[in-house]
Design a binder for this molecule. Structure first.
Ligand SMILES: C[S@@+](CC[C@H](N)C(=O)[O-])C[C@H]1O[C@@H](n2cnc3c(N)ncnc32)[C@H](O)[C@@H]1O
Length: 212
């Protein structure tokens, strides 16, 4: 899979990935990581966890991907075609304020995204999805209807979802991603967050990694 460090693009195979992951506790994936600040925040806060930020756009990642944190990695990939090296590894997924094709795939229950997320998940995995009003308006939905549609799609996929909660301007201002802060001071400072439990995986090729 393609990883990025500053301006350099590096190929990482399964062996190299396993070396990097050795002794990690949880492996967290931030999908649509943007400039990677949230991934950096998580990795910095919990050094025993390993955090992988994934985005299809490399330009915004140049700065954070220079980080020297050993438990942080940035991967260039599309959400609809996640690298198979990640299969069975991820214990928690975050998707913060998706837009574009990532949001569209959640709204349409795109099987490339849904199956991809299930494939990369470990046997017990969870996800936090945060949706914002402006991105859903651009996609032709109200915040409530768009969140309801995604909620419905994930339930249909067999995922269990806690009651969605609203994030107001204060919650956005204090949430450590670049986009949350931008939204907090913008025209539509509203978001909805949902915590999801992914179905227990039975048929994925789980990679054997010594975790601790
Ligand atoms: C509004 S930004 C949010 C960035 C970050 N999560 C934050 O909170 O600051 C949405 C991100 O989703 C990424 N994205 C959109 N479609 C994608 C896709 N199909 N695959 C991977 N990333 C995607 C964009 O490149 C962008 O960085």
């Amino acid at each position: 899979m393609e990883t990025i460090q500053g301006k350099m693009s590096l190929d990482m195979d399964l062996n190299k990935l396993q070396e990097r992951l050795a002794n990690s506790n949880r492996i967290i994936l931030d999908l649509g990581t943007g400039d990677g600040k949230f991934a950096f925040h998580l990795a910095d806060k919990v050094p025993d966890d390993f955090v992988i930020g994934v985005d299809s756009c490399r330009e915004n990642l140049r700065e954070q991907s220079r980080s020297k944190l050993k438990n942080l990695l940035f991967v260039i990939a599309s959400a609809q075609n996640l690298p198979c090296e990640l299969n069975g590894l991820i214990s928690h997924i975050t998707i913060n304020f998706p837009w574009g094709s990532l949001l569209e795939s959640l709204l349409t229950s795109d099987s490339r995204l849904i199956c991809g997320l299930q494939s990369i998940s470990s046997s017990i995995a969870s996800a936090d999805i945060r949706l914002n009003g402006g991105a859903l308006t651009e996609a032709g939905w109200t915040l409530e209807d768009g969140a309801e549609q995604i909620h419905h799609n994930l339930l249909q996929a067999g995922w269990q979802i806690n009651t969605p909660c609203f994030m107001d301007a204060y919650a956005l201002r204090t949430f450590p991603t670049t986009w949350a802060r931008r939204l907090a001071y913008g025209r539509d400072p509203r978001a909805i967050t949902m915590r999801v439990a992914l179905p227990i995986q039975q048929n994925v090729n789980i990679v054997d990694i010594p975790l601790k």
